[in-house]
Design a protein around this ligand. Structure first.
Ligand SMILES: Nc1nc2c(ncn2[C@@H]2O[C@H](COP(=O)(O)OP(=O)(O)OP(=O)(O)O)[C@@H](O)[C@H]2O)c(=O)[nH]1
Ligand SMILES: [Mg+2]
Length: 313
């Protein structure tokens, strides 16, 4: 099916078009990706993008499940993208997540999908920004991305989401690790989950102490939760909402989006230049120039300039 028809169907609210477009951006060739992004882009920008990150097992999926219930209670449509660093599989929710999020399996206002991440160092899937475009265009009010906080992942999620939630659990020395990993800077909201366990209060205290050492314009609220019994989830949803409202004030959200677009533009442009360079970089001109540099007929800088100029020919 043509991408344009799939996008039309997506905009009409067809579930199957949604799943197919997600598969297309995950597996698609660059040309297809370009087309899909061009078609979708005008229809995006209204979803609230929430990132949820934290160490393995802190309760991210359980929190997500509980948050979805709160948001559904407010009548909002929610999409969840779970980026799994360990799984080579993609498409459809992973079994574990399916179990934890099964409360919403039959709800038409909820969509859950897992994606494999880029590699063992963590990080988002390269297709995450495009998948977010698809979900945004599909008309979800809230799109939540769950990602394990290892390696690059939390930095990437913070530069992708509007509001970043960092989840911790007591007793893992997490607060200190968080500070080391620079998580203090990326968190818009902290959630200390598993507050039914010993040490939750202490984790909260440690976070507060660290925040005293310095924070930006926004002081990230710290919310205690027991995700498995829904305790504190309303407060968590509320904290997320307050941050988003703050972002919308004074054009901060627009500012973030411009910044995000700037980063993306540079990356895409560099990628295109790199691709083109790869084509000329192995070509005849390189051989010619290399020989003439070796024979002292041309200096290396002038030769490099010729090579760069040939990119535009
Ligand atoms: N005691 C307690 N257990 C919890 C709580 N929240 C989640 N759990 C349990 O902790 C385990 C891990 O929860 P998940 O929601 O899968 O954690 P996760 O962060 O999504 O894990 P990964 O995606 O594998 O990184 C599960 O057995 C949950 O039932 C809580 O508030 N208290
Ligand atoms: Mg999970």
């Amino acid at each position: 099916m043509e991408s344009s028809e799939l996008v039309e169907r997506l905009l009409r609210g067809e579930r199957r078009a949604l799943a197919r477009l997600l598969t297309r951006v995950e597996d698609g060739s660059v040309d297809r990706l370009r087309e899909v992004v061009r078609l979708l882009h005008p229809h995006t920008g209204s979803a609230m993008l929430v990132g949820l990150t934290g160490s393995p097992g802190v309760g991210k999926s359980t929190l997500t499940n509980a948050l979805v219930a709160v948001w559904r209670g407010q009548g909002r449509r929610v999409a969840v993208l779970a980026v799994d660093p360990s799984s080579p599989f993609s498409g459809g929710a992973l079994l574990g997540d399916r179990v934890r999020m099964q409360d919403h399996a039959l709800d038409d206002g909820v969509f859950i999908r897992s994606m494999a991440s880029r590699g063992h160092l963590g990080g988002l899937s390269w297709a995450t920004p495009q998948a977010l475009l698809v979900l945004d265009a599909a008309g979800f009010d809230i799109v939540l991305v769950e990602t394990v906080g290892v390696g690059q992942a939390e930095v990437e999620i913070a530069s992708t989401a509007d509001t970043t939630v960092v989840a911790l659990a007591p007793g893992m020395g997490d607060a200190i690790q968080a500070a080391k990993a620079g998580i203090l800077e990326i968190a818009d909201v902290f959630v200390v989950n598993k507050a039914d366990r010993e040490g939750a209060e202490r984790t909260v205290r440690e976070l507060r102490e660290m925040q005293k050492l310095g924070h930006g314009d926004w002081l990230a609220p710290i919310v205690k939760t027991v995700a498995s019994t829904n305790d504190g989830i309303e407060e968590l949803a509320d904290a997320i909402e307050r941050h988003y409202a703050w972002l919308r004030d004074d054009g901060r959200l627009d500012g973030r989006r411009v910044e995000r677009a700037r980063v993306q533009l540079r990356e895409l442009a560099l990628g295109t230049v790199r691709d083109r360079f790869r084509q000329v970089g192995d070509g005849e001109l390189v051989e010619e120039l290399a020989a003439s540099v070796a024979q002292r007929e041309t200096d290396p800088y002038s030769a490099a300039d010729r090579l760069v100029a040939s990119l535009e020919e």
